[in-house]
Design a protein around this ligand. Structure first.
Ligand SMILES: Cc1ncc(C[n+]2csc(CCOP(=O)(O)OP(=O)(O)O)c2C)c(N)n1
Length: 440
C-alpha cells in the first residue's frame, strides 16, 4: 500500500489527470480529491513517470463513484433468482472472486477450466431450473466453445447460463500480447456461438438496466448470454491470499532450479508470474533468454508444448508448470506419461492457488498430483518442500530414462515489483527456435 504521508509529500501541488471510466475523457483532479481515489499500488513506478513528466502525471485511477459495487451487483443478480457461481479466476475479475469467496462460499465453485465451469453450471440448471453464472477471463472462451455449442445452444439442450467475461486486450487499451487478438475477437467469438454479448457499462444506473434486460432475454429465449466487463469496473474487494507456511517462494524455487539444470537444457514455462520471474532471473544471472519458451497465454498447455519440443530435439527439456495450469488440462499428464521421449522432465511449482491473478485457491494441495503422475506412467515422483530436497531431485532426474514429476510445494509470495518480459513473443519464439537444432 502507498503510505499516505509519502503520497502527499510527493504529489503536493501537482495536478494530475484522471482517466475516466470510458478511457476517453480526461478529467483534471485537484490533489485534495486524491483521498477519494483508488490508487495504483505500484507507487515507485508511477513516481518515475511523475519525475519524468515533471508536472504531468497520467494516473490510472478511477473515482470510486465510477465503479460498480460488488454488493450491489450481486444483490441485483440475487433478486433475479441468480445465486450460483462457478468459473476460473482472473485478475480483471479478482474483486468478483474475492466477494464470492467471502460472501457465498457454499454457492461458489472454482472450476479447473472454463469448459468445466460450463458443465457444472449446466448440471446446476438441470437440477434447479435456475440460471447459473460462469465467470472467466476472455482467454477462457476457447475452453467453453464445445460445451456452449453442443450443450447450451438451443439446437441441443437450450440451457441459459450467464457469463461474466473479463475483457483483457480490449481494443484501445494497452495489454500484453497474449490478450491482443483475444481482446479484438471477444465479442465476435461470443456472437459466433449465439451468446448474446452485452458490454457492461461502468455506471451502475445504466449497467443495472443492462443486467435486467439480459436476464429477461435469457428467461425468454433459454439461451446463454454474456456480460463483457471492462477493466476496473468493480470496486476493489481484497482477497487475503492464504499462507501455507512453506519456506520457499515460487521465485526462490526457480532460482534453485536454474542453478541445477544441465547447461544445454531447454525450458518451457507456464502462464502467469512464473514465466515473468524466469525472465528476470535470467537477466539477473546475466544469461540470455534463448533457452526458454515462455508460454504467456494458452494456460495449461506448457507441458504439451514441452513434449512436442522434446520429441524433436536432443536437448533435455524441462516444463516448469503451475498447479492451476496442470489442473486446467490434466489430461496432458496422461499423454506425457505414456510418451516415449527420454529427454523431458516435468516440474510442478505448487502453491495451492492461482497466485498470478490474485491467489484464489486451487485444489492443487488437496489432490495428490504426484499420485496422478505415477498413475499416468511417470517414472518417479519427488515431493520437495525445501532447497536441499529440490536440489537432490534435480540431480537425480538427470539420470532418468523417462519423465518424472518434481513437485515443489511453495508459499504464495511474489514480488510486487515483478516486471514483464522485454523480449516480444515473436522474438522469444524466433530465438528459441534458432537455438534448438544443435545440442550446445
Ligand atoms: C484459459 C485461461 N483462463 C484463465 C487465465 C487467467 N490466468 C492467468 S495465470 C492464472 C493462474 C495460474 O495459476 P497457477 O498455474 O497455479 O500458477 P501461479 O499463478 O499460482 O504460479 C490464471 C487463472 C488464463 N490465462 N487462461
Amino acid at each position: 500500500m502507498i503510505k499516505r504521508d509519502i503520497w502527499y509529500r510527493e504529489m503536493s501541488d501537482i495536478p494530475f489527470i484522471h482517466k475516466a471510466g470510458n478511457y476517453k475523457t480526461l478529467v483534471p483532479l485537484r490533489i485534495t480529491e486524491a483521498r477519494a481515489c483508488f490508487l495504483n499500488e505500484n507507487f515507485e513506478k508511477e513516481r518515475m513517470v511523475l519525475q519524468f513528466c515533471n508536472c504531468l502525471l497520467m494516473w490510472i485511477v478511477k473515482r470510486r463513484s465510477d465503479m460498480i459495487s460488488c454488493d450491489v451487483f450481486f444483490d441485483a443478480l440475487r433478486k433475479e433468482g441468480i445465486d450460483f457461481f462457478t468459473g476460473v479466476p482472473d485478475s480483471l475479475l479478482s474483486s468478483l472472486s474475492a466477494w464470492l469467496i467471502a460472501h457465498t462460499p457454499e454457492r461458489h465453485m472454482i472450476a479447473a477450466n472454463e469448459g468445466n465451469a460450463v458443465g457444472i453450471a449446466a448440471g446446476y440448471y438441470l437440477a434447479t431450473g435456475q440460471i447459473p453464472v460462469v465467470y472467466m477471463q476472455n482467454s477462457g472462451i476457447g475452453n467453453t466453445v464445445n460445451p456452449v455449442a453442443s450443450l447450451l445452444h438451443k439446437d441441443v439442450y437450450q440451457i441459459p447460463v450467464l457469463f461474466l467475461v473479463g475483457w483483457r486486450g480490449e481494443p484501445g487499451i494497452h495489454d500484453e500480447p497474449q490478450h491482443v487478438f483475444q481482446g479484438k475477437a471477444t465479442i465476435q467469438m461470443l456472437e459466433a456461438m449465439d451468446v448474446k454479448a452485452v458490454v457492461l457499462d461502468t455506471d451502475w444506473e445504466r449497467a443495472q438496466t443492462q443486467v435486467t434486460e439480459t436476464i429477461a432475454y435469457m428467461k425468454e429465449t433459454g439461451m446463454p448470454a454474456a456480460l463483457v466487463i471492462h477493466k476496473n469496473t468493480f470496486e476493489t474487494v481484497k482477497y487475503a491470499k492464504a499462507q501455507n507456511g512453506y519456506p520457499l517462494s515460487r521465485e526462490q524455487a526457480l532460482e534453485v532450479i536454474l542453478a541445477h539444470l544441465p547447461q544445454e537444457s531447454r525450458i518451457v514455462s507456464t502462464t502467469g508470474k512464473l514465466s515473468r520471474e524466469l525472465f528476470e532471473l535470467r537477466e539477473a544471472r546475466g544469461e540470455g533468454h534463448d533457452k526458454d519458451f515462455l508460454t504467456v497465454g494458452s494456460m495449461g498447455h506448457a507441458s504439451s508444448i514441452a513434449l512436442g519440443v522434446a520429441m524433436e530435439s536432443n536437448h533435455p527439456v524441462y516444463c516448469l508448470d503451475g498447479d492451476g495450469a496442470v489442473l486446467m488440462h490434466m489430461g496432458a499428464m496422461a499423454i506425457l506419461g505414456q510418451n516415449q521421449a527420454d529427454n523431458i522432465q516435468h516440474i510442478l511449482i505448487n502453491n495451492g492457488c492461482h497466485e498470478s491473478v490474485g491467489g484464489q485457491p486451487t485444489v492443487g494441495m488437496q489432490v495428490q498430483l504426484d499420485q496422478v503422475a505415477l498413475a499416468c506412467g511417470y517414472e518417479k515422483v519427488y515431493n520437495c518442500t525445501d532447497e536441499s530436497a529440490l536440489e537432490a531431485a534435480l540431480e537425480e532426474v538427470k539420470q532418468a530414462k523417462h519423465v518424472c514429476l518434481i513437485q515443489v510445494f511453495v508459499n504464495t509470495d511474489s514480488r510486487s515489483d515483478l516486471g514483464r518480459p522485454t523480449v516480444t513473443s515473436h522474438e522469444n519464439k524466433a530465438n528459441f527456435m534458432a537455438h534448438l537444432p544443435e545440442s550446445s
